[in-house]
Ligand binder design. Structure first.
Ligand code: FMN
Length: 351
């Protein structure tokens, strides 16, 4: 039987990418809201692969499988339960900012079909942490299938870079009790200057402040929330080394590598000249190189979540074999559809 997504994809492709994205999230949210959990059960049956052999323990958490949804697909936590029911072992909501903000003017998301990529310059549009918290409250007792909820945190575009720590701490304080783990995003290319926060001193300040709040929170909720840092694929080796030092100095639990790239080498599609972050297949080699470097230099002490250009089950298997603790997908879900996490799990179960 042919994959139903191969029928839906030409329809989705014919509409503006951001509109298609919103419709897909609305449909998943609708599934979440059907009484008696009928919708999530349907997703579970259609897509999820459940097997205890897939479970991974990392940062003190038990992930039912190592395949997660990357940040940005469900920024405002419209449907984390649906993604979990579809078989994601973890779902990273966000990037969440303290206050609501509109993001950049549209159009701001482009499909690079011939390259199997996307370019986006969304700039963290979102409803702000208060409303995200209200939505996540529904999942306070856990996501379907035992999936872990990650919350990716960022700063508002209007907050000066010098005051960024205040924003990260504000979002952390507002949501920590609902998070399985928190990811500090200092690597989106679409918020001016954000990537400069990966420099050693800046990152040490931000990560140190969030970790200090985490340690206070631990006393309040009796649970230690792992804090990860998400990095750019465009860092050179000296900058990567500085990130590792900042992570070690502050007690960061792991690194998510990588965010989107501003590199445009080797693209064919007509949208290749658009400003923003490039994701999908063209990012794959660079994300893999960053993974290899991190595993070599810090793998024994700093677990790596590999993301960037994982388009197939084989791609995911290779990242895990290369030393990634977990993997995440975004653009692969757009091109291959919602069956991708399940396909990866099936591949991992194959000996
Ligand atoms: C449209 C779009 C929006 C994104 N928004 C965010 C975001 O808000 N926060 C973040 O940390 N990463 C964001 N990302 C980056 C993804 O989480 C991921 O790191 C990147 O796309 C590489 O993975 P992929 O090749 O599987 O898409 C976004 C990616 C895309 C395509």
């Amino acid at each position: 039987m042919s994959d139903p997504y191969s029928i839906i994809w030409p329809l989705l492709r014919s509409i503006d990418p951001e509109t298609a994205h919103r419709r897909a999230l609305q449909a998943l949210h609708f599934c979440e809201c059907i009484p008696g959990q009928l919708g999530t059960e349907l997703l579970e049956r259609a897509f999820a692969v459940r097997d205890p052999r897939l479970a991974v323990t990392a940062f003190g958490l038990r992930f039912p499988n190592p395949v997660g949804l990357a940040a940005g697909l469900d920024k405002d936590a419209h449907a984390p339960g649906a993604f979990a029911a579809m078989g994601c072992g973890f779902v990273e909501a966000g990037t969440v900012t303290p206050l609501p903000q509109p993001g950049n003017p549209r159009p701001r998301m482009f499909r690079l079909i011939e390259d199997a990529g996307l370019i986006n310059r969304l700039g963290f549009p979102g409803v702000g942490v208060e409303r995200v918290r209200a939505r996540l409250w529904k999942w306070r007792d856990g996501l379907p299938g035992g999936a872990i909820l990650g919350i990716n945190i960022g700063k508002n575009s209007s907050t000066p870079l010098e005051a960024a720590t205040t924003d990260y701490v504000a979002v952390f304080d507002a949501i920590y009790d609902l998070a399985g783990y928190v990811a500090i995003n200092v690597s989106s290319p679409n918020t001016q200057g954000l990537r400069t926060l990966q420099a050693r001193d800046a990152l040490t300040t931000i990560a140190g402040a969030v970790i200090a709040r985490r340690d206070l929170a631990r006393r309040a909720i009796g649970r230690r929330i792992p804090v990860l840092v998400k990095i750019s694929p465009d860092l050179d080796e000296a900058s990567l080394a500085a990130v590792i030092e900042a992570c070690r100095d502050t007690g960061i639990d792991g690194v998510i590598a990588t965010n989107t790239t501003t590199n445009r080498e080797g693209l064919m599609s007509r949208h290749r000249g658009e400003t923003g972050g490039l994701s999908g297949a063209p990012l794959s080699n660079r994300s893999r190189t960053v993974l290899d470097w991190l595993v070599r230099e810090a793998g024994s002490t700093l677990p790596v979540v590999s993301v960037g250009g994982i388009m197939t089950a084989q791609d995911a298997r290779q990242r895990l074999e290369a030393g990634a603790t977990l993997v995440q997908v975004y653009t692969g879900m757009v091109y291959a559809g919602p069956a991708l996490p399940g396909a990866i799990c099936r591949e991992l179960l194959r000996q």
